[in-house]
Design a binder for this molecule. Structure first.
Ligand code: AHG
Ligand code: MN
Ligand code: MN
Length: 337
């Protein structure tokens, strides 16, 4: 394969869109730079005293890890001063961060600076997830109309996964592409072009310890999938890391489905629409997969607040559709007892 850097690849895509000014290309490149900085901190976490928690509880009601804070500051410093954004929406911030005149641009970036916090201290894969919207309202300020939008209005989405290597994956209307960070030269190099998620579902990812709180449809859905394994042949395996971004990437590469359904403890779901579900939904759809709350397409949900949470089933299309069918059947026939 031709050795192509992320910047070259983005530039090639930009040339296919006459009229593009290069702003989005430059913004994606800057997000890549933020990813390199976070990656280097993650890789040396045990050496530079950034493991463990800060003792602070964030707006999500979760303990902020030191690396969460490092990642958040890095996104603000690099993406916030890219010259291409007017607002940042972060899982770690209570409200939106509007960018001042000096650095202001036309895009809005929503992100989870570090996904998979519970895995940080154990050297397990974590990542940064992002979605990009173009400012909508004519208002000079960033208004609710600019961010209370369905995910299908994203112009690009992606993630940087800090795993056994660091990879940058993005979708901007021209397929899903994966780049691996070459640590020797500090560049992302194209490693998988046009990833497709159209094969069989080989992996199922879910935190099964939430089972006592699930609605009946979740049991039905998992039962249907597990039934495919017979004495002679294993067709599907359970694989769950507990970092959405890492579970998602593995399922994208091998073929699989991830679910974090709403349950009696989190009636609206746990995962956040703007920072986690919507960006990954854009990527999965562009790869030929699907993402649903169980009641409909994730990309059609309009957030009713900044930290809107949602139930999520994401991955191979047939299994996402099966989940929706299980939800419908449950509604028709309420469980006894
Ligand atoms: P974050 O680290 O950004 O708070 O997100 C954690 C998310 C997600 O990565 C993961 O799939 C899920 O929360 C794990 O939650 P449980 O521990 O409830 O399974
Ligand atoms: Mn997260
Ligand atoms: Mn996070």
């Amino acid at each position: 394969m031709q050795r192509l850097t992320l910047t070259q690849h983005i530039r090639q895509a930009q040339l296919r869109h006459p009229g593009a000014q290069g702003e989005l290309s430059s913004l994606l490149t800057q997000i890549g730079v933020a990813g390199k900085v976070i990656s280097s901190k993650v890789n040396s976490a045990g050496l530079i005293d950034v493991l463990g928690s800060t003792g602070v509880i964030n707006v999500q009601g979760e303990v902020v890890q030191k690396l969460d804070e490092v990642a958040e500051e890095t996104m603000q410093d690099i993406v916030g001063r890219s010259g291409h954004v007017c607002a940042l929406l972060s899982e770690e911030r209570k409200s939106i961060m509007e960018i001042g005149e000096a650095w202001r641009g036309e895009y809005i970036v929503s992100y989870d600076p570090l996904d998979g916090s519970s895995n940080i201290d154990a050297n397990v894969s974590i990542g940064t997830i992002f979605g990009i919207y173009r400012k909508k309202s004519k208002d000079p300020e960033v208004t609710r109309a600019d961010w209370m939008r369905p995910g299908h209005e994203q112009v690009a989405a992606g993630y940087i996964l800090y795993g056994s290597s660091t990879v940058f994956v993005y979708a901007a209307g021209d397929g899903v592409h994966c780049f691996t960070l070459d640590p020797a030269v500090g560049e992302y190099i194209l490693s998988q072009e046009n990833i497709r998620l159209t094969g069989a579902c080989k992996q199922l990812s879910i935190n099964a310890c939430n089972a006592p709180y699930w609605d009946p449809w979740v049991h039905d859905w998992i039962g249907e999938i597990m039934k495919r394994n017979d004495q002679d042949k294993r067709r599907v395996s359970g694989r769950h890391i507990g970092s959405l971004v890492a579970d998602f990437h593995r399922n994208l590469v091998y073929g699989g489905v991830f679910a974090y359904p709403a349950d009696r403890r989190s009636p609206r779901g746990k995962l956040r629409l703007l920072y986690e579900a919507a960006p990954l939904a854009m990527i999965v759809e562009e790869a030929g997969g699907a993402a649903s709350s169980g009641h409909g397409r994730i990309l059609d949900i309009v957030p009713d607040e900044l930290h809107h949470r949602t139930s999520l089933v994401i991955g191979t299309k047939a299994e996402v559709e099966l989940a929706e069918k299980c939800v419908r059947d449950q509604v028709k026939e309420p469980a006894k007892g």
